[in-house]
Design a binder for this molecule. Structure first.
Ligand code: ATP
Ligand code: MG
Length: 393
């Protein structure tokens, strides 16, 4: 292929898999191919490395794919060279220059020679090209703890690569079942969804709004957050359910201190019903123990009583700073801190109950007769599809 660009992805945790490693690898390749569908790109996995070869005009798509493919630990653009000592040395020098420009000081070379007709063996490749870099004064040698490892592989072509870009790690999306994420406009829930996608789960989202008490901007935030997740999730579904009538009834019929817990129960019941309809095996929330009034152990336990399927809370033991760091990394933070609230202050109690009792919650719930409203709300849900490139379809 003329003007072909080659990328290489390094697999992470799935390299530790045993007999079923093939299934994980196949899914990774399949996911990568989806990003490059319709182009002349080739995607291949060999010896724990994912190779993407694509025409120059598709390189942005390839970079997007590599930065969003869960199951990859890192990726690099590869220099290809003719299989001559001179061409390989020139490629290594160019890679060393790139590393120096990125601020790296020390290096070592690792070489692999699959094609034994190449004049140097692996040791000689490392020694000769390493000497060239050192003598040119580009980087200093450090074989124990180098800033950058420049890899040379002699295969059907010579491949040279060094500085690695970050990938999400974890396991390929689609290898870990299906989950339904309760997605709000806050900082936490997008991170919770991302964490589960990184464990291989395919994640659909569900958002409750209370229009006109919540604004269209608040909803737009959630759509933008769902779009970020859709890239890691290789496409996504956002379900939008109006809870306006549910919130009104809760405010009218429930003691003020209980309104938050009752609302959470309503969300849980509705999510469980949707999960059953769309085949989700778990519900995911962005709760973190003790972070706010609704996230005490007692209140979460009461709400959990209304979940007939597992509730996953990947952030439960995480600190706000750790959560924020991940939100910044995936680009959701800037959207989450926009000032549009996803729940209206008129529905928020001044003194929410911190240690709700299951019996009390059950009898309040029964008196409020909310089930018919939940059914109506779910039946009227909107369903948005998002492409793997984060575009609304
Ligand atoms: P977040 O930052 O994710 O909004 P939070 O710190 O604001 O979380 P809560 O408002 O107590 O905490 O929400 C706890 C969890 O409940 C959220 O992480 C999310 O999973 C779910 N949730 C809250 N509000 C909504 C909503 N409007 N639609 C869907 N899920 C919601
Ligand atoms: Mg919130």
């Amino acid at each position: 292929m003329k003007n072909e660009i080659v990328f290489l992805g390094r697999i992470g945790e799935l390299s530790l898999k045993g007999g079923n490693r093939k299934d994980f690898e196949e899914r990774l390749v399949q996911n990568a191919r989806l990003f490059l569908e319709g182009s002349k790109a080739s995607v291949r996995l060999s010896a724990g490395r994912l190779y993407i070869r694509c025409p120059e005009e598709k390189q942005d798509d390839a970079v997007f794919a590599l930065s969003h493919l869960t199951g990859l630990a890192g990726w690099a653009r590869v220099r290809t060279a003719e299989k001559t000592a001179q061409a390989v040395t020139a490629a290594v020098l160019a890679e060393a220059e790139k590393a120096a420009a990125a601020g790296y000081k020390t290096f070592k070379i690792e070489a692999r020679r699959a094609d034994k007709t190449f004049p140097w063996n692996s040791f000689e490749i490392a020694r000769e090209t390493g000497a060239a870099v050192f003598q040119a004064g580009i980087l200093a040698v450090d074989v124990h703890r180098p800033d950058v490892v420049i890899m040379v592989e002699i295969r059907d072509q010579a491949l040279v690569y060094g500085t690695e870009n970050e990938a999400p790690r974890g396991l390929p999306c689609g290898t870990g079942g299906r989950g339904l994420l309760l997605l709000s406009g806050g900082i936490d829930s997008p991170v919770a969804g991302y964490r589960m996608i990184c464990r291989g789960m395919k994640v659909d989202s569900l958002y409750f709004h209370s229009h006109p008490f919540t604004s269209p901007e608040a909803r737009k935030k959630v759509e933008d957050l769902a779009a970020i997740l859709a890239a890691y999730n290789i496409g996504g579904h956002l379900n939008v359910v109006s809870f306006t009538e549910v919130q009104r009834r809760i405010k009218m019929r429930c003691p003020e201190a209980f309104t938050t817990v009752i609302l959470r129960i309503c969300m849980m019941k509705t999510a469980a019903r949707l999960a059953a309809q769309i085949g989700s095996q778990a519900i995911i929330t962005g709760e973190s123990l003790g972070q706010v009034a609704s996230q005490t152990m007692e209140n979460m336990a009461v709400v959990n009583g209304y979940a007939p399927l597992p509730v996953l809370r990947p952030l439960i033991g995480m600190d706000k700073e750790e959560i924020t760091a991940t939100a910044k990394k995936i680009g959701s933070y800037g959207i989450s801190i926009l000032p549009y609230e996803d729940c209206c202050v008129i529905f928020s109690p001044k003194h929410p109950v911190l240690k709700a009792k299951a019996d009390a919650a059950a009898s309040i719930l029964q008196d409020a007769d909310l089930d018919p409203l939940l059914d109506e709300a779910l039946a009227a849900r909107e369903h948005l599809r998002i492409s793997r490139f984060g575009k609304m379809l």
